[in-house]
Design a protein around this ligand. Structure first.
Ligand code: GTP
Ligand code: MG
Length: 138
């Protein structure tokens, strides 16, 4: 079945939102296949965000993702890749719709990085690549 890589970013862990975020994934009917609390290594973040290397927000983003532990998980189910991104809401939490994770819990804190609580793979190719980064034994 389809699988996606979800990260509860350090802002989500720090704010105590792990449970509420996972609850929404489960309530939607997806399965949690793997789950780990990790402090991301520089190597993991460089690989995870390689598509953004060179962009102005890249270094602030990597710094933010290193600020504290994050939760990496693999969720599975038919349509889970677009389905989780729908649960997450748009990238910018200012405009993310109410009812979404970012719309309900995230806001613009006026700093250089968007603290938008979660990451979700954007395609099957990204999911396979990202699952290998966070769960190399998989
Ligand atoms: P992810 O699920 O986290 O990958 O978010 P996304 O797919 O909605 O966004 P994208 O992959 O384009 O960007 C990855 C992350 O970089 C975002 O979630 C934000 O945290 C950050 N980001 C993206 N665009 C910007 C930007 O224009 N400015 C800043 N400061 N951060 C950005
Ligand atoms: Mg993305």
């Amino acid at each position: 079945t389809e699988r996606t890589l979800v990260l509860v970013k350090p802002d989500g862990v720090q704010r105590g939102l792990i449970g509420q975020i996972i609850a929404r994934i489960e309530a939607k009917g997806y399965s949690i296949e793997k789950l780990e609390l990790v402090h991301a290594t520089a190597e993991q973040l460089a690989a995870h965000y390689e598509e953004h290397e060179g962009k102005p927000f890249y270094q602030p983003l990597v710094d933010f993702m290193s600020e504290g532990p994050l939760v990496a998980l693999v969720a599975s189910g038919h349509g889970v890749i677009p389905g989780f991104r729908s649960l997450a809401g748009t990238t910018d939490p200012t405009t993310a719709a109410p009812g979404t994770i970012r719309g309900d819990f995230a806001r613009d804190w006026g700093v250089s990085v968007q603290k938008n609580l979660v990451h979700g793979s954007d395609s099957e190719e990204s999911a396979a690549r990202e699952i290998a980064i966070w769960f190399p034994e998989d």
